[in-house]
Design a protein. Structure first.
Length: 442
């Protein structure tokens, strides 16, 4: 495997479970890729472990939860399981009770605070339509198309934040098909599927470190600080060379720009049919567009929220009564999630502005909506956080060429760019090894 993000590590675990030998090469000195831990210092001088971005998992992440179990992580301890809630600091919004689906969703809608009967009826009517269509729509539909008939308040307070947090793409540009898939899996996927699972440990401890230990305990290798720039096909076309080592198959789980670079080198040395396979794959990958996510970590002595996670309003009046720019959609109380007391993480999905403008606006938003004056700790802007999950998007497949596979959250699959999408693609690539390579070293 090239790349020790969640996809590459999941692929290595799955490949070993199928009897293959696996070596993982990771360019950086930290495991986990975009979902990794980072170190920081709080304004009071205390060291803290943050994440490259605040993450949420949901109960419907079945493969991720199975993978955590495989590598020995106790998900019940590592993740705080809460019924789905999109509640604002003023108490408005939607909160599902701990009831079986779909009763929980029905009651959540009927009891949503701050919504009129018309708001509630508009959502129930639309949700019933989605259900009667088996959560399937035309591939060209956007989320906004699906929601024609939903009241502006429900759109603003539920659909828009849900869509941008799940697909990291605004509703008017987001794929209706993928949104409905996530919604269907979470609302009708069985007990607990719609639950929010909030990490109580940093993202490195949540999966990547346990996965690396598991891989090494099962005869595999994880090599950090190994940036792979070249992979060469064997002259006899039966193996792939990475440096001095030969492998029967290679799974590229690194970031897309790196994969494209590696593939263009291979293309020059490959047979005509492999070169054609590579060109086709690179064309699909090259058409993907990306969205940013910004996480603003801020701290104040004694700062806390009424819940571990709150939704924030986009259009909230400031002290002067003017509508201020309020970029963050959610805020997390890291103190309630195993982190230092007073530390909050604000998430700005599909973010556009530069780091300092966003940070300043988020600190103002904290003042306006939470009544908190916070000190900035660290602002992480991931410019290529996820691919833009737009209607009708064709995503590159797992197979690139014989013995050459890809995995990553962007690969073709039912999920948007999420941990679940990454883990699923890793498992799928490992399963495909059986078809792509007759041998056992990858
Ligand atoms: C800020 C942010 C917030 C997010 N929030 C959520 C969320 O709430 N819920 C959710 O489910 N998902 C969320 N995601 C998405 C999730 O993090 C990703 O879908 C997932 O981490 C992708 O994993 P991956 O293995 O496909 O890719 P990556 O994590 O990008 O892994 C690629 C790995 O390859 C390595 N690499 C690159 N080049 C080379 C090379 N040449 N040689 C060797 N190694 C190389 C990289 O260092 C990296 O470790 C978020 C993402 C971000 C950025």
């Amino acid at each position: 495997m090239v790349g020790a993000g969640w996809a590459g590590l999941a692929a290595a675990v799955a490949a070993i479970r199928q009897g293959h030998k696996a070596t993982v090469f990771e360019a950086s000195h930290t495991l986990g890729g975009r979902a990794r831990a980072i170190n920081a210092k709080l304004p009071n001088g205390i060291s803290a472990v943050l994440d490259n971005g605040q993450h949420i998992l949901i109960g419907a992440y079945s493969e991720t939860l199975r993978m955590l179990q495989t590598v020995g992580v106790d998900a019940e301890l590592a993740l705080l399981r809460l019924p789905l809630a999109l509640v604002f600091p003023d108490g408005g919004g939607l909160q599902l009770p701990r009831w079986p689906a779909p009763l929980d969703a029905a009651w959540g809608i009927l009891s949503a605070r701050g919504w009129s009967l018309t708001d509630k009826a508009s959502l129930i009517k639309t949700a019933l339509r989605w259900q009667s269509d088996s959560f399937v729509c035309a591939s060209t539909d956007s989320v906004a198309d699906l929601c024609i008939g939903v009241s502006p308040r429900v759109m603003r307070e539920l659909i828009a934040p849900l869509c941008v947090s799940a697909l990291n793409t605004p509703a008017e540009r987001a794929s209706g098909q993928v949104f409905l898939r996530v919604l269907g899996d979470s609302l009708f996927g069985g007990a607990g599927s719609s639950n929010l699972l909030l990490p109580r440990v940093d993202l490195g401890r949540l999966f990547p470190e346990a996965a690396a230990r598991w891989i090494e305990a099962h005869g595999g290798q994880v090599q950090l600080g190994q940036r792979i720039g070249q992979i060469q096909p064997d002259p006899a076309r039966t193996a792939w060379h990475i440096g001095e080592q030969a492998f029967d198959a290679v799974i590229l789980a690194n970031s897309l720009p790196n994969i494209t670079k590696v593939l263009s080198n291979i293309e020059l040395l490959a047979t005509q049919s492999v070169a054609t396979d590579i060109r086709n794959w690179v064309r699909l990958a090259g058409a993907l567009r990306f969205e940013a996510i910004t996480t603003v970590y801020a701290w104040a002595q004694g700062a806390t929220l009424q819940a571990p996670m709150l939704a924030l309003r986009h259009d909230h009046p400031g002290d002067d009564g003017q509508m201020g720019l309020a970029p963050a959609q959610f805020v997390f109380d890291r103190g309630q999630l195993g982190g230092p007391a007073g530390l909050l993480a604000f998430v700005v999905s599909a973010s556009h502005l530069d780091r300092s403008s966003l940070q300043a606006q988020v600190l103002q938003q904290a003042k306006d909506q939470l009544g908190l004056t916070l000190h900035p700790v660290q602002t992480v802007v991931e410019k290529r956080a996820t691919f833009a999950c737009t209607p009708g998007l064709r995503r590159p497949p797992i197979h690139i060429a014989p013995g050459l596979l890809a995995c990553g959250d962007y690969c073709d699959g039912p999920y948007p760019a999420t941990l679940e999408g990454a883990v699923r693609s890793g498992i799928e690539a490992a399963v495909a090894l059986g078809d792509s390579a007759n041998n056992t070293q990858s």
